[in-house]
Design a protein around this ligand. Structure first.
Ligand code: 4AD
Ligand code: MG
Length: 461
């Protein structure tokens, strides 16, 4: 590897650097009578490094021939910039062009729509927005691991391929090696014993079920992995492949779960405000004005905990009209979630005790026999970012719930065993990683906070 320093480091330097080498891609180039100004970005930070080549300098012609998009290695000296707008600039002694780009390079200086950029996702990482998103995703991942590691949670790895549907919602991508043109059939249905795993298999929608098994041995665990959902929702908040963080705690209740979620989110937001100042400034200026103030406010105030029933009452009393009429028993739609967080409480809220009929089978039934110990964290702008619960730890009740939801207990025998041998209260939640990034950055569409989004009809790149 060529000895070089990252542009982020250059720009933060306190002193001039005599011998300085950088490498990156040309963002823009402009010429005056005496100079050529080239802006180089290497992905290490939002800002570009300005390279100034004077008429008569040995690499003037090389610089003249350079196009936006070209990759270069430049050796020279970092000197104080006489012009406004930047502290440092680079005076080159050597310019090596690795690969030039021609006029057809799609990322010319003008601003492009997010829709257009999704069509060129292979080059999109070179834009300011996706560059900033990538750095924020990185820091948020780091914050997540730091938080759980400091609290003594074990990072565990749950399977991606599974034969059980965690959410019981039937939204799974099947995994098979059977010949689709010649399926083995017994008694009129497909014989999965002949499939690769000897059973019908799919990509997981959540690592929770196995996460619970591990928590019921290790105490505190968390997963952080990809999850897959074949729900046909073409919305700004749904991906078919997204990343989820799922902590699970043994000997814990719904209250512990809510406290953990709040502490966790506060930690992550604080981390980003501290570590991603330049990128957050960018989102504040270009994407959603006020986003930094908003995050600071959220970090410094406590979340509101409301029951589902209270939330429904507030919605019913509201003077605003909703597309989906409000009644007890309904699932909260995005418009309701947003009204509660943006208009009524004006901060993140945790909604608890949902009707059992609209939640997954594994949530602990309350004594009213009607609601479950669920908790969803809703935030302004995005709606639900966390879904969790205390788990049903009573064997008989869990079997009854499965039957009620038309799931076959035999398929979950191992999950049920945990309720037979040393069962205990336990709780956990799942944070949608991309929803969290959306909330932090203020980006409108979830497809723009992941480099290569998978959505119905699209798995390109
Ligand atoms: O509420 P969900 O479905 O909960 C679970 O999967 C539980 N097993 C988690 C647990 O208790 N361990 O999903 C959790 C979160 C949601 O709150 C949302 O933020 C995100 O995952 N999510 C999605 N994000 C992007 N695209 C989708 N299609 C999503 N579906 C859920
Ligand atoms: Mg949910």
């Amino acid at each position: 590897m060529m000895k070089r320093i990252r542009i982020a480091e250059c720009l933060q330097s306190e002193v001039p650097i005599n011998e300085c080498s950088i490498a990156g891609w040309v963002r823009t180039k402009r010429e005056s009578k005496e100079n050529i100004f080239i802006e180089i970005n290497d992905g290490s930070c939002l800002a570009n490094l300005q390279v100034v080549v004077g008429v008569g300098d040995s690499y003037f012609e090389t610089a003249q021939r350079l196009h936006t998009g070209a990759s270069v290695y430049i050796h020279g000296s970092l000197v104080a910039s006489p012009a406004q707008g930047q502290k440092w600039e680079l005076k080159p002694v050597v310019i090596t062009v690795f690969g030039d780009a021609d006029q057809s390079y799609p990322l010319q200086k003008k601003r492009h729509s997010f829709e257009f950029l999704r069509e060129i996702a292979h080059l999109r990482p070179r834009t300011n927005t996706m560059g900033a998103i990538m750095r924020i995703r990185n820091q948020v991942s780091y914050a997540i691991h730091t938080f759980f590691q400091h609290k003594g949670f074990l990072y565990v790895h749950t399977p991606i391929i599974t034969t059980s549907d965690c959410e019981g919602a039937g939204e799974m991508f099947q995994v098979t090696t059977l010949d689709l043109r010649n399926l083995p059939v017994v008694n009129g249905s497909i014989d999965y014993t002949q499939d690769f795993f000897g059973a019908k298999a799919a990509l997981t929608v959540s690592g929770q079920l196995e996460g619970e098994l591990l928590a019921m041995a290790s105490g505190y665990i968390y997963t952080f992995g990809p999850t897959f959902r074949a729900e046909n929702s073409n919305t700004t908040r749904h991906l078919s492949e997204f990343w989820m963080v799922e902590p699970e705690m043994a000997f814990a209740t719904l209250q512990d779960d809510c406290s953990l979620a709040e502490e966790f989110l506060r930690f992550v937001f604080t981390w980003v405000l501290e570590k991603c100042k330049e990128d957050m400034q960018f989102f504040d200026e270009r994407i959603k004005p006020g986003i930094i103030k908003n995050l600071e406010l959220i970090v410094s105030s406590s979340f509101e905990i409301v029951t589902y029933t209270e939330a429904i009452e507030k919605l019913k009393q509201s003077r605003d009209s909703f597309e989906f009429p409000v009644h007890w028993g309904m699932d909260l739609q995005t418009e309701h979630e947003r009204w509660l967080t943006e208009k009524y409480f004006k901060k993140p809220i945790i909604v608890i005790h949902y009707p059992k009929a609209i939640k997954a089978f594994y949530m602990k039934l309350n004594d009213d026999n009607n609601t479950v110990r669920a908790m969803d964290v809703l935030v302004p702008g995005v709606g639900e970012i966390i879904g969790g619960s205390e788990r049903e730890d009573r064997y008989d009740v869990l079997i009854a719930r499965m039957k009620e939801m038309e799931l076959n207990p035999d398929d979950y025998w191992w999950y049920l065993d945990i309720r037979k041998f040393g069962s205990a209260p336990h709780a956990g939640f799942g944070l949608g990683f991309e929803r969290a990034i959306q909330f932090i950055t203020g980006m409108q569409n979830i497809r723009d906070v992941i480099p290569f989004p998978r959505t119905p009809g699209n798995a390109r790149f």
